[in-house]
Ligand binder design. Structure first.
Ligand code: 5AD
Ligand code: SF4
Length: 509
């Protein structure tokens, strides 16, 4: 659709239109459509680091007496972006609420990874419309990965013009200006950049808890797996400077945080974009492990970039957790090739073997897609056999979902839905079987548990995570919350462990 058609279709939609809108004038001024094609064309242009974020003076106290609510969909990266947007709004004087009816601003921080994630958001947009009609001063914004898709932006412009703001993953730091514009212009503010090579430091953050924290180490992804929308929605790979990360982790440790998870869409590519030094994730972890914080994790790894130096550093143990999330996607070399994963089944198995040898007690989890175009029964069986071979603790399993603009979306999606569902069911049965079997090994063992709080089902029970990220429920004093305690496992279930808190460890695994 060209600009003219877009304007016309937006204007011939009187049902949704705000009377004072003049789309024609407005689009020419600010509408920059995100383009998946442009994203793919990106080059190796320099990355600029910005350290000058501040709330414009005229916007200080802008949110005084007002409330905001951010609904988050998708991955940890989105969760963390929500913490940043909350931080910005709080600095502007807004207060958080979890009641939609009380909110003056509602933001949907969206996920584009599969079609059902997008459907959920469009459902929620529909629910918000009556609220907007009741309270015209309410500002509703759509942000996150969906807003980086041209088709989504167009659909919102045409069918949901009561939305006030649409902004992309690269525009988060512009939230104050976007809010101001939306408030005063009464127009839909669309600000989405499709290519972005910047790293913005010193953004405020309102972290969700005080025990565990996320720390971005890099942004974007250049892997372009053929099924995946992320390289387009999150832009090119760009790393934060090691000293900024180290300083953030030190600060978290000083503030009593017990665990950090380093985040990136492809964390093993950390540092590849540095032109002034050779410095990778292994080097970073080697420095971070010296910080006095009990637990350090990272996600998500790409098998192709997992190098020996990182494995050597992880084998030093200490506060580096031995749980590795290593998405495999398929156990068939032919399917991996179609997915452009850039490794074979043999490479992957070899890598896992090496890690198991070098990292005592290493445990693995993974992501798997079933029903990729042309996946045969035999190829699916190869995924099943790989799963048995690696013996993952657990896996996130998905039915392939074509994403417009990705290379796989041009392949014929030729596996019938019943077959995809049947494969998923069989795989999930195997995931459960192995999870239960592996949990049984914990029976009678003593584990270290970082206690996060009361269990959701029973306030008398505390819940926390082991170093391998297993949930443990046990009776214990509330004073244990936020601490690492030793728990003897009394009962192993498929997805959690029950135990008793003990004074002294018998044996720690
Ligand atoms: N369809 C299904 N699953 C997908 N994933 C990414 N893109 C798709 C898609 N188009 C899965 C991959 C990835 C996880 C985050 O989501 O397994 O590792
Ligand atoms: Fe998507 Fe991960 Fe592949 Fe990047 S490495 S394209 S985020 S699946």
């Amino acid at each position: 659709m060209n600009e003219k058609q877009r304007l016309e279709s937006a204007q011939i939609n009187p049902a949704d239109q705000k009377s004072e809108k003049d789309y024609g004038q407005y689009f020419q001024a600010v509408y920059q459509p995100p383009s998946l094609k442009d994203a793919k064309k990106r080059g190796k242009e320099d990355i600029s680091i910005h350290r000058d974020f501040h709330i414009p003076e005229e916007m200080n106290g802008f949110g005084e007496g007002k409330k905001f609510l951010i609904r988050t969909y998708g991955c940890q990266m989105n969760e963390h972006d929500t913490e940043i947007m909350a931080g910005i709004l709080i600095e502007m004087g807004y207060e958080a609420t979890n009641q939609t009816e009380d909110a003056d601003i509602v933001l949907l921080n969206t996920c584009a990874i599969r079609e059902n994630a997008e459907n959920k958001v469009f459902g929620e947009i529909g629910h918000l419309k009556p609220l907007k009609l009741k309270n015209p001063n309410l500002l509703i914004g759509i942000c996150g990965c969906m807003s980086q898709e041209e088709s989504v932006v167009n659909r919102i412009l045409q069918k949901h013009s009561f939305i006030d703001m649409v902004f992309g993953t690269h525009n988060i730091h512009r939230l104050p200006q976007i809010v101001k514009e939306a408030m005063f212009s009464k127009e839909m503010v669309v600000e989405v950049w499709s290519k972005e090579g910047d790293v913005i430091e010193n953004l405020p953050r309102s972290r969700k808890g005080s025990i565990k924290a996320w720390v971005n180490i890099m942004y974007g992804c250049d892997k372009f797996c053929t099924y995946c929308i992320v390289p387009y929605t999150r832009g090119k790979e760009r790393s934060r400077q090691p000293e900024d990360i180290i300083q953030e982790v030190r600060h978290l440790a000083a503030n009593g945080y017990q665990e950090v998870t380093l985040l990136g869409q492809n964390v093993n590519a950390f540092g590849k974009d540095f032109t002034d030094k050779k410095y990778g994730l292994g080097d970073l972890m080697d420095e971070l492990r010296k910080i006095d914080i009990p637990r350090i994790r990272f996600t998500t790894s790409h098998p192709r970039d997992f190098d020996d130096h990182l494995i050597d550093v992880l084998s030093k143990g200490g506060n580096l957790m031995e749980h590795i999330h290593l998405p495999v996607q398929s156990g068939s070399t032919e399917v991996l090739k179609l997915m452009a994963r850039k490794y074979t089944r043999e490479h992957y198995v070899e890598l896992v073997k090496k890690m198991k040898e070098k990292i005592p007690n290493a445990s693995f989890t993974t992501d798997i897609i079933v029903g990729f175009p042309n996946e045969t029964d035999e190829q699916f069986e190869e995924t099943m056999s790989l799963y048995r071979e690696v013996e993952y603790d657990t896996a996130y399993t998905f039915i392939y979902s074509p994403r417009e603009g990705t290379p796989a979306a041009n392949m014929e999606d030729n596996i019938p839905m019943e077959v995809k569902k049947e494969r998923l069911q069989r795989l999930n049965a195997l995931v459960n079987e192995i999870a239960a079997k592996k949990n049984l090994e914990y029976q009678g063992q003593v584990v270290e548990v970082l206690v996060e709080g009361e269990s959701k089902k029973n306030p008398d029970i505390l819940a926390g995570y082991t170093s391998k990220n297993k949930v443990v429920n046990f009776r214990g004093p509330k004073s244990a919350i936020g601490k690492i305690v030793k728990v003897k496992i009394t009962q192993a279930k498929t997805w959690s462990l029950d135990g008793e808190m003990i004074e002294e460890a018998v044996e720690v695994i």
